[in-house]
Design a protein around this ligand. Structure first.
Ligand code: 3PG
Length: 389
């Protein structure tokens, strides 16, 4: 691909697609990870003398309609705090934007444009006509073939990969391509079904696969244990067994359980520690037990490359967070090349304040998983095609 860093951008209008899809709570950004990751790319384009247009989606609004709830205004306010040049928000931009070198104009949520998700040709051409150079930097949205990620790259005078996208692809390539071994993957989260292709892909390349959360529960059940009220997927027990036959899979041998219903969960909910063959019908597995967490930590310690996606328990509540915390700290303390991705995983890293101790934190959720699964990212593929043409 052509890289933005290799281009002369002096006096050019550069349109950068970022993934500024941040979580919001009553208009406040609750995690700035994605914006912070985009800032160096925007700054680099400014430093090269460009007029910078930035575009992104936010959430999943009704396409073709403006709505305040999904406006990028809070992101623009944050960018204004962080960048030393003025950052403005353009609501109507499809017929042209006035931006001078050294300025940043953020285009309002691309999903307010009819045709965005369908990768509409007319819309793509209008976006492409706004710039001299299009830069795809939104790794988190690279798995979407949409007008602002894919179509625009087809028609822009020049289409290049931004620094963040390049870093993400390099880091994931390093972890998955020819990793230093042992390679250990930790896959948590609630359901085997939603991570089946990831588990399958990992089973073929990792030395040890550690599973946590609800995923672990299905493995616990596959070993013949009763799991009481716990979240698990009976129909996926054969898959769990198959994965265990082909790969070393580490799942819980002891667990923390609660008898509280979901609506009663709190930071100081009462838990009990049980071996997995002692779980009662009225109990729900909520976290790894100490023995399981220590075992996972020991395996992490021996790894040279670590990939982490998904928590090992309901870490949002302190009472159920010890397993995830032990695993997260083991990854942070490891000398291995470690990479973490996914919204919940980033939230856990935030909660335990470990962001500086992980080698690479991916801004991708779905894109991270699709890359790991070995799928082609359409927004990257088009850049490769353009570079060849
Ligand atoms: C994400 O949060 O994974 C990306 O921003 C993509 O968002 P989407 O799933 O709404 O396309």
């Amino acid at each position: 691909v052509i890289k933005m860093t290799d281009l002369d951008l002096n006096g050019k209008t550069v349109l950068i697609r970022e993934d500024l899809n941040v979580p919001l709570n009553e208009g406040e950004i609750t995690s700035t990870v994605r914006v912070d990751a985009a800032i160096p790319s925007i700054q680099a384009a400014l430093d090269k003398g460009a007029a910078v247009l930035v575009m992104s989606h936010l959430g999943r609004p009704t396409e073709g309609e403006f709505s305040e709830e999904f406006s990028l205004a809070p992101v623009v306010a944050y960018l204004n705090e962080k960048l030393s040049v003025p950052v403005t928000l353009a609501k109507d931009y499809l017929d042209g934007v006035d931006a001078k070198a050294g300025e940043v104009v953020v285009l309002e949520n691309v999903r307010f444009n009819l045709g965005e998700s369908a990768d509409d040709e007319v819309l793509s051409k209008k976006l492409a006509a706004l710039c001299d150079v299009f830069v795809m930097d939104a790794f988190g949205t690279a798995h979407r073939a949409q007008a602002s990620t894919h179509g625009v790259a087809k028609y822009a005078p020049v289409a290049a990969a931004g620094p963040l996208l390049v870093n993400e692809l390099d880091a994931l390539g390093k972890a998955l391509g020819n990793p230093e071994r042992p390679l250990v993957a930790i896959v948590g989260g609630s359901k085997v079904s939603s991570k089946l292709t990831v588990l399958d892909a990992f089973s073929k390349i990792v030395d040890v696969l550690v599973v946590g959360g609800g995923i672990s529960n299905t493995f616990v059940a596959s070993a013949g244990n009763e799991v009481g009220n716990s979240l698990y997927e009976e129909d996926l027990i054969p898959e769990a067994k198959r994965l265990r036959e082909t790969t070393e899979v580490i799942f819980a041998t002891d667990v923390r359980t609660t008898k509280d219903g979901f609506s009663d969960w709190s930071h100081d909910s009462k838990t009990e520690t049980k071996k997995v063959n002692e779980i009662q019908a009225d109990e729900e597995i909520i976290d790894y037990g100490p023995e399981s967490a220590a075992k996972a930590a020991e395996i992490i310690k021996s790894a040279k490359t670590i990939i982490w996606n998904g928590p090992c328990g309901v870490f949002e509540f302190d009472a159920f967070s010890k397993g995830t915390e032990t695993v997260a700290r083991a990854i942070a303390e490891s000398e291995a090349f470690s990479i973490a991705g996914g919204g919940d995983t980033l939230a856990a890293i935030d909660k335990f304040d470990l962001a500086n101790d992980i080698s690479y934190i991916s801004t991708g959720g779905g894109a991270f998983l699709e890359f790991v699964e070995g799928k082609e990212l359409p927004a990257v593929k088009i850049l490769e095609e353009r570079a060849k043409a």
